[in-house]
Design a protein around this ligand. Structure first.
Ligand SMILES: *[C@@H]1O[C@H](CO)[C@@H](O)[C@H](O)[C@H]1NC(C)=O
Ligand SMILES: *[C@@H]1O[C@H](CO)[C@@H](O)[C@H](O)[C@H]1NC(C)=O
Length: 365
């Protein structure tokens, strides 16, 4: 009896070891890139802000995550997964974990996420959320990860690893929102053109720093049609998009497209995908029915006018049919939109992914 049990346990253990080894082999052989490093705002935050005790930009409570596996609230600003998860899935890697969850342990070799809800390109963007990781701070955190990589892999090993890795940067939505919000301090200080120029020059400097630290393959998103998010729509009595906010969202994106071209001519080994999130969103609004959306205006989760008078908090209402909504809450897209956008980034045409898509970016030697 005892012998049989112990034999059985050994058999099971052996089986588990095999399964485990095969799983590791599968992961290491199936992945298309060594790692994904993620920088950005709540669009791609997978839980960094859970570790910022003072931050008001948080999503680690219901109804966030209602469609995430097991319905758990992870800190993602979504009903389910977000863009960072879908990008990782495309390259067959696990989603890069939040940098702040690592607590000084060795970062996983498959990538780290520095993204933080509320943050922006400009250091001050996010002050209303009290605590956040600005893009400059995210780059600083990345430099610490890159130091650890050099210790692990050596200088040339780390350089090789990083040059093949994907850097995804989804930043800027909060900077534009901050300017076009009633009572905004920055709108007293800068004209919209000056502000957009400041965003672009700051972003350019930070991308150069990333390149200096070894980044070569970047996926950079433009801002969405910020004037069409429920937070902005609700300030228009007709419930339609705010024209000026959209105008400057598009102007910023035009500037970003040019800035990336310039940057590539300065940094010879840089390659990138620019994702036109604005264009992709407008297309989605215009062809809503084709994509199965029945509501492109209201937040699914929230309270009041357009469900946009409150964020998605436990006392908020939420819609039963998340797949038919574009917006999860007043400032964020639903999971299904995130998944559609990543399909465009990965295999889309020049319409929304320029000058190459992510599949082509991966193939660049
Ligand atoms: C932004 O913050 C970083 C530190 O994260 C600092 O090095 C940089 O000088 C700041 N930039 C400006 C314009 O204040
Ligand atoms: C509100 O929406 C209408 C269209 O219904 C548009 O003409 C108007 O410019 C919008 N208002 C603002 C402040 O953008």
């Amino acid at each position: 009896m005892t012998v049989a049990t112990s034999y059985n346990v050994n058999g099971t253990t052996l089986l588990l070891v095999f399964v485990f080894v095969f799983a590791i082999l599968r992961i290491s052989h199936a992945a298309d890139v060594p790692a994904v490093y993620v920088l950005g705002s709540s669009v791609v935050d997978v839980g960094n802000n859970n570790y910022l005790s003072l931050s008001l930009a948080r999503a680690n409570f219901r109804h966030n995550g209602i469609d995430y596996p097991n319905g758990i609230s992870t800190g993602r600003f979504s009903n389910g997964k977000n863009i960072a998860d879908f990008i990782a899935k495309k390259v067959r890697l696990p989603t890069s974990p939040p940098y702040l969850s690592l607590m000084g342990t060795t970062p996983p070799i498959t990538g780290v996420s520095f993204a933080s809800g509320g943050s922006g390109i400009l250091n001050r963007t996010g002050v209303n959320y009290v605590q956040y990781i600005s893009l400059a701070q995210q780059v600083e955190y990345f430099s610490m990860v890159s130091d650890k990589l050099i210790q692990q892999l050596g200088q040339s090993g780390a350089q090789m690893h990083l040059s093949q890795s994907i850097f995804t940067i989804f930043m800027g939505n909060n900077d534009i929102s901050a300017y076009f919000t009633a009572g905004s301090a920055v709108s007293q200080q800068y004209t919209p053109q000056q502000y957009v120029d400041l965003m672009l020059s700051t972003f350019k400097g930070l991308l150069k720093m990333l390149y200096g630290l070894g980044a070569r393959k970047m996926v950079v998103s433009g801002v969405g049609a910020i004037g069409c998010y429920p937070a902005q729509r609700k300030t228009n009595s007709t419930g339609e998009c705010i024209v000026e906010t959209n105008y400057w969202s598009a102007r910023y994106n035009e500037g970003l497209k040019i800035m990336l071209q310039d940057l590539k001519s300065e940094l010879l080994e840089m390659n990138y995908v620019y994702f036109d999130m604005y264009g992709a969103m407008i297309n989605l609004f215009q062809n809503a029915q084709t994509y199965g959306f029945t509501d492109i205006k209201d937040a699914c989760c929230g309270l009041g006018n357009l469900n946009a008078d409150a964020p998605c908090i436990p006392t908020s209402n939420y819609c039963p049919n998340r797949k038919n909504y574009v917006f999860w809450d007043l400032l964020h897209l639903t999971e299904v939109v995130g998944s559609m956008f990543v399909d465009i980034i990965y295999s889309g045409t020049l319409e929304y992914a320029v000058p190459i898509n992510m599949r082509q970016l991966i193939d660049v030697c």
